[in-house]
Design a protein around this ligand. Sequence first.
Ligand code: PMP
Length: 429
Amino acid sequence: SLSRVPRAPPDKVLGLSEHFKKAKNINKVDLTVGIYKDAWGKVTTFPSVAKAQKLIESHFELNNNLSYLPITGSKEFQENVLNFLFKESCPQFGPFYLAHDRISFVQTLSGTGALAVAAKFLALFISRDVWIPDPSWANHKNIFQNNGFENIHHYSYFNDGQIDIDGWIKQLKTFAYNSQPENNKNPPCIILHACCHNPTGLDPTKEQWKEIIDTIYELKMVPIVDMAYQGLESGNLLKDAYLLRLCLDVNRYPNWSNGIFLCQSFAKNMGLYGERVGSLSVITPATANNGNFSPLQQKNALQQNIDSQLKKIVRGMYSSPPGYGSRVVNVVLSDFKLKQQWFKDVDFMVQRLHYVRKEMFDRLGWPDLINFAQQHGMFYYTRFGPKQVEFLRSKYFVYLTGDGRLSLSGVNDSNIDYLCEALEAVSKM
Ligand code: PMP
């Protein structure tokens, strides 16, 4: 009966925002959710997006089509986003995969929806084991558990203030060694934060990524590239797709036999959070032997099967994606000037985040705050324990997430002095 339903814990991030709204203190500072706020603490619309919205408003056909989109999204969105991701972001090898028809694509409910569809597909056909970094975005575990995964493993990502590459690789190799031969039948999946790792803000260097991806490839694991922050590392959208470029390198990795899963989001890099717009690409090896298909069908029969299963999953989950956000993305991506503006908007946002890190560093002198070689994105990982986080909240009304993650975008000239005093005091606890 319904009385058997136990209480689930509140969401670790969104629950805090609710709490913050209710707090009555004029100095209160919300550094919880990863939403970009400008220097005045406002959530603003990117200039490129505002222009796209104006164009849509004034364009009768764009504005008045409230009918359903196709199950996997509009054709136009698919073309624009595939071009952006696989031609512009990955010019060396992306076009090769496109030309060989090796990418199945779904417009999704932002990055979360992409991960959910990917998880459901993988659990049905490939594996129910997934490796998630420790620490990671808390929703990763939730999404994979909710969509059929039985075994959630955590790989060591962070140790003593540093990214733990050796621990990570060693753990994967030990696991693979111990789980032979099943490992080959049900290769585990692995979630990789493409850049701006949440919550640590620490990413492997390009050389370290090569070592990691070499290991994952050797172990026949299935990479799930979670690219929620493309552009927020360097300010350059294209540059930040380096993990995807590496995975697509056919000379280095000719045959990802169980595919590469790219989950991508326009929430952060276009400021379209609530419009829920992103995509899932399932990329299969261009050199794959397509099993029993006849030679005439060979080119994309495998991909057609994948397409059909993705469609079936989406149909049963939410039928079709929302329209408006994807129309905004279409306008931005297909208008040369607007696209240039978007690139500038992203850079502007990242420069402000850099400025905040630098200003906080000047006040606090904590070296890892401005380690731009390694620390990226919207977050600063304070390494404060639960007691310190609680003290910040109750004594100073400064809200971080429970794991000590601080969203830099909530910091501005009007609260930075107060905030740094509070952080300094709490760090001595
Ligand atoms: N992955 C990571 C690591 C994230 O931090 C987020 C956003 N917090 C997402 C995926 C997905 O976000 P969204 O569904 O809003 O695109």
